[in-house]
Write a new protein. Structure first.
Lengths: 310, 334, 442
């Protein structure tokens, strides 16, 4: 009886010892040196693994940060300046400071304003339908509405609006990883600077067609009339032949261009409703709808913010 | 303008073949065997088959609706075929609750838990059958004996041809003495013997199988290779010692070899997609079947053989690729 | 036993409704829209300006490089504008818009060129004429012909194959051309054989065009170097690689060209254009187009000026029938669906197919049942089901390893799939990404 007990104890102990020796030898022999800094940096990074920095994941980015001498080119868009500052402290290298950005959709051609002239049948992804033709509407520059951008967003910051069929960006959740920018075959999504109240003014149109054609395809298309360019006090509007673009750096958010735009293709976000009297008779239905939508959006965002604060 | 023009990528025409039509072709192919089964076993075959079909469809509906909450696909015909094939692999005197359990395993475990039609690795009907065989060995191996125009459910239970041979050999008998007790080749061909509901008549099954090949639902590669390989293997043993091993004809015509080769092994989802792969797959099935039949505990092994080879299908698909056009150098792996 | 390629292939319903309709001329269009990207390769450079007067056959856009082609005006008239017009690619492309001069008689003369058999030019002149005349592959690929004919000195080309297969359902343009211009085509072949110093030519024709086979056999009686090969009806036999395999049993290596196995392939339409260019100095400004569809009243074949809007053609066959849901530029297997009938005819337009409601809609895609049909029918020995999956999941490295780039986009896989899976859509997408990655790598 006691023999068998002793035997098993001996057997197990010797097994343990042998295993321990093997493990020890192997761990010594195959030890891979890793710079401890990589681990430290990795801990600071947001662990979102979104690829917004250009590296396949946070660990890879940490290795790159540690290995590269000059890291002023590298930036973690999700962590932003805070994280990069901490990285700089750990590594003792200079980092560039970047203004926070947020993604915006440069198309507002929803179903109501941009009629569908054809029906697409095939896999519902923008990438494939863009290969087949210019899209279901007559505007070949605008949103295809199949939601490739929503599919790639790792942060749940995007969804497709059921009524308009356009992607909507939740600016609170957007980490500016630029995944959607890369996914969009039409280059509709742009990164624009983010300010405190998330006020933005931009041209929500990329249609390069001539005025008549563009307007026929979409009610809210930019027709290149250059009224906004004329009124802008800061020369922030850059005009090509058929299209306006508002330079976010030069723009002071004065909102003068929004008022003069005949097709309402300039979008303002999150501004409080204007108190100045509005000549109602001039306004078209689309403008009214839009104004209502914008206010509704603002209200929604505000309520979300208050909720978040609470 | 009434309806906007449709835009899609080429091709703009499509063959008239659809998944549904493929499924219904399989269904038509099973009719002769089903008729023989009804002729031999009477009403019990009808009950067995309808219970299996109904429970398969009901389980698929319930699981998809309440458990998976996905699109319900009972109309695509695949559950129907699983039901029929399961029934064909069961003895007609099986208690009804066992049929339902088998259907649940076939549909719930073997098919839907893998992701539904097209994703299952193992043939659902066979999984159901093997599950029942392992759980209820007694009921699953007591077969009703064929009596002409027998319409009563309480048939006399007997044994399958292969069962008789196996048992006889175990007790030291020789094939000469055993052969007096087993049905003749003609009887096997016509189905006047005992066994599972669908494996009765080799002739009826062959008819359906040829229909499937003509309709291009299956290719000849799997069934022909299985039968030829089985014939060669059992033939060698038989030639070495005809007293200890049954002749290839008995092996091929009995024990569901034809049912397995034409309907179970050729199941589109669980068989390889290239012709080269199909041949390898079929050879594997034949070898395992013969080994189980001659040396294993079970008298019959084709269901196990098919399930085992099912597991190898992804591997076969990976290594036996079609020859690429313009690729003169043979693949390094083979 | 008729010759054919060994692996894969399908046999869709032929529907060659217009095969007995002689090629007609349509009235000269009032306005033509000539796109500058009508061929594979670099788009041509516009050399005319707004309000310029142009004479018929004048070069209006010059070849933009080696793999490019001249474009000539199909009518005499005035350039009204240089505009962006939606072409069959579904995108707006640069176009030269020319208003036909109604008083200029050259526009309305029906060209009449008697058969001219003597070949007087030497090799260099022939090639120069082909280059200058803007001839591209008229089978649909629109690859500039002079590039194919520009042989390096060390080439071993010993056989010229003439593609008269026309394996696409519905289309009959080549068929009619072979019937009506058989002698000219034979002279065209002789011109090429003379220019390239080749002593062997084979005309491949599918056996559903027995009359064309008979006519061409008759026409080649005096020239023993040219043979006519009757081929089994099987799609995609008109694909270069499959055709070479069917006729000569030679296999073009992966990523290679027909030249690598000593063959040059030209479409019969191209041969006729070469004949016109060399013997009569005629640039490529018109081609045969089949306008067809099951519900069309007067489906037929037409000589059409390049740049004619498709609506003119549709008007000629009695207008779009009720319930038209799809208009295809090309054949049903490889053609492109177009957005509207303003799209102009280009050098690559071999047919206009009008499809009605019941045929136009694609059915919903279902799960793959692993039936293997796509693998069986793929003429290139690929596994379309696997390629689609890899493309869908974004595994482009593996996609490249599985030889996705050899796909000829014939559409046989999508055609047979019983689950109606959009196999070719995804494969095409995967190919475009792999191509991008490969160019990035180099």
């Amino acid at each position: 009886m006691s023999d068998s007990v002793l035997n098993s104890v001996f057997l197990l102990v010797s097994l343990g010892v042998i295993a321990a020796i093997i493990l020890y030898v192997v761990s010594k022999k195959f030890y891979v040196y890793e710079n401890p800094l990589i681990g430290d940096v990795n801990d600071i990074l947001p662990a979102a693994n979104c690829g917004g920095c250009g590296s396949p994941g946070c660990k890879a980015f940490a290795e790159k940060l540690v290995d590269t001498d000059d890291i002023s080119e590298l930036f973690c868009p999700v962590g932003g300046n805070d994280v990069m500052k901490q990285v700089s402290e750990i590594l003792g290298k200079e980092v560039a400071e970047k203004d926070p950005t947020v993604a915006v959709v440069l198309c507002q051609g929803g179903c109501d304003v941009r009629p569908k002239t054809t029906i697409y049948q095939g896999p519902r992804t923008c990438a494939i339908s863009a290969m087949v033709y210019g899209g279901e509407t007559d505007c070949q520059y605008g949103c295809l509405g199949d939601g490739d951008c929503v599919a790639v967003c790792d942060f749940g910051a995007m969804h497709m609006d059921e009524n308009t069929g356009l992607p909507v960006i939740d600016t609170d959740k957007c980490t500016s990883c630029e995944a959607c920018v890369k996914a969009c075959p039409r280059d509709i999504i742009e990164m624009r600077p983010r300010n405190k109240r998330d006020l933005k003014i931009f041209v929500g149109c990329l249609n390069e067609d001539k005025a008549g054609i563009a307007k026929k395809a979409c009610d809210v298309a930019c027709i290149g009339c250059s009224k906004c360019e004329d009124i802008c006090p800061k020369d922030a509007v850059i005009m090509t032949d058929t299209l306006a673009y508002i330079d976010p750096v030069a723009c002071t958010l004065c909102r003068k261009c929004v008022e003069v735009c005949p097709t309402h293709s300039i979008i303002e976000t999150n501004f409080p409703p204007k108190k100045v009297k509005k000549p109602k008779d001039v306004k078209t239905k689309a403008k009214k709808d839009k104004a209502e939508k914008v206010t509704a959006d603002t209200a929604q965002v505000k309520s979300e913010k208050t909720q978040a604060n609470a | 303008m009434a309806d906007p023009i449709i835009i899609s990528a080429s091709p703009h025409v499509h063959s008239a073949r659809t998944s549904k039509k493929v499924m219904y072709d399989v269904l038509y192919a099973l009719i002769p065997a089903f008729l023989v089964s009804i002729y031999v076993f009477g009403i019990s075959a009808l009950i067995l088959t309808s219970v299996a079909i109904i429970s398969c469809i009901v389980f698929e509906y319930l699981i998809q609706k309440y458990l998976l909450k996905t699109e319900i696909t009972i109309t695509d015909g695949s559950a129907l075929i699983t039901g029929i094939l399961l029934a064909f692999n069961l003895p007609t005197n099986l208690p009804i609750y066992m049929i339902i359990v088998g259907s649940l395993i076939a549909i719930g475990v073997a098919k839907l838990s893998f992701g539904g039609l097209g994703y299952n690795i193992f043939n659902p009907a066979l999984v159901g059958r093997v599950f029942l065989l392992v759980c209820f060995p007694v009921q699953m191996t007591s077969w009703p004996t064929a009596i002409e125009n027998n319409l009563s459910i309480d048939a006399i239970t007997g044994e399958t041809t292969l069962g008789i041979i196996k048992e006889g050999l175990m007790y030291g008998e020789t094939m000469t003495t055993i052969s007096e007790r087993i049905p003749s080749s003609m009887e096997l061909l016509l189905g006047l013997t005992s066994g599972s509901a669908g494996e009765m008549s080799a002739l009826a099954l062959l008819l359906g199988g040829i229909f499937l090949i003509v309709r291009k639902v299956i290719t000849w590669h799997i069934p022909v290779t299985i039968i030829v390989t089985m014939a060669i293997m059992t033939g060698i043993f038989w030639l070495v010692n005809p007293e200890l091993y049954a002749s290839p004809i008995i092996h091929i015509l009995s024990g569901g070899a034809i049912l397995g080769a034409f309907y179970m092994a050729t199941d589109l989802v669980t068989s390889p997609m290239t012709k080269k792969g199909m041949v390898i797959f079929a050879v594997g099935i034949a070898i395992i079947t013969v080994v189980i039949r001659l040396f294993g505990a079970y008298p019959e092994g084709i269901s196990f053989a098919i399930l085992i080879m099912n597991a190898f299908v992804p591997l076969i698909d990976k290594y036996f690729k079609p020859r690429r056009f313009g690729n003169k150098i043979k693949s390094k792996i083979i | 036993m008729l010759k054919t390629f060994p692996k894969g292939g399908i046999h869709p319903e032929e529907n060659k409704i217009t095969s007995s309709k002689a090629i007609k001329r349509i009235p000269v269009p009032k306005i033509v829209y000539v796109p500058i990207a009508q061929h594979i390769g670099i788009p041509s450079e516009i050399i005319v300006e707004k309000k310029d007067k142009v004479e018929i056959g004048q070069v209006i856009a010059k070849s933009g490089g080696f793999v490019s082609s001249n474009i000539h005006t199909p009518v005499a008239g005035t350039v009204t504008k240089l505009d962006m017009i939606v072409d069959s690619s579904g995108y707006k492309k640069q176009c030269i818009v020319i208003r036909t001069d109604q008083k200029n008689e050259s526009n309305f003369e029906v060209p009449d060129f008697p058969l001219k058999k003597e070949i007087t030019m030497d090799q260099k002149d022939i090639l120069q004429h082909i280059t200058d005349s803007g001839i591209v592959g008229l089978g649909g690929a629109t690859f500039p012909s002079h590039v194919k004919l520009d042989l390096k000195n060390d080439n071993k080309v010993d056989c010229l194959i003439i593609n008269g297969v026309e394996c696409e359902p519905y289309l009959t343009a080549d068929h009619r051309l072979m019937l009506e211009k058989a002698e000219e085509i034979i002279v065209g072949i002789q011109i090429l054989m003379h220019a390239l110093h080749i002593n062997k030519a084979v005309i491949g024709i599918e056996n559903n065009k027995k009359d064309a086979i008979a006519v061409l056999k008759e026409a080649t009686r005096d020239d023993k170097r040219i043979k006519v090969a009757a081929l089994k009806v099987k799609y995609p036999q008109g694909s270069e690689k499959q055709l070479i395999k069917a006729i000569l049993k030679r296999e073009v290596p992966k990523g290679g060209l027909p030249m690598d196995v000593g063959v040059i392939v030209h479409n019969v339409g191209t041969i006729y254009a070469i004949y016109q260019a060399v013997q009569y100095d005629q640039p490529l400004i018109e081609r045969v187009v089949t306008v067809t569809g099951k519900n069309l009243e007067n489906a037929s074949n037409f000589w059409v000026k390049i740049g004619t809007p498709i609506k003119d053609l549709v008007a000629e066959v009695g207008g779009l029938p009720e319930g038209t849901r799809k208009i295809v530029n090309g054949g049903p297997m490889m053609g492109k669906a177009i957005k509207n009938t303003d799209v102009p005819v280009t050098k690559g337009t071999s047919g206009i197919l009008v499809i009605s409601e019941e045929e136009a809609s694609r059915q919903e895609s279902k799960n793959c049942i692993r039936c293997g049909q796509c693998v069986f029918v793929c003429p290139m020995g690929l596994e379309p089901h696997l390629l689609m999956n890899l493309s869908e999941k974004g595994l482009y490295e593996r996609l490249s390893d599985e030889d996705v780039m050899t796909c000829i986009e014939c559409g046989s896989c999508s055609y047979v799939c019983p689950s109606h899976r959009p196999l070719l859509d995804y494969i095409r997408f995967g190919k475009s990404i792999v191509k991008k990655l490969n160019t990035a790598k180099n």
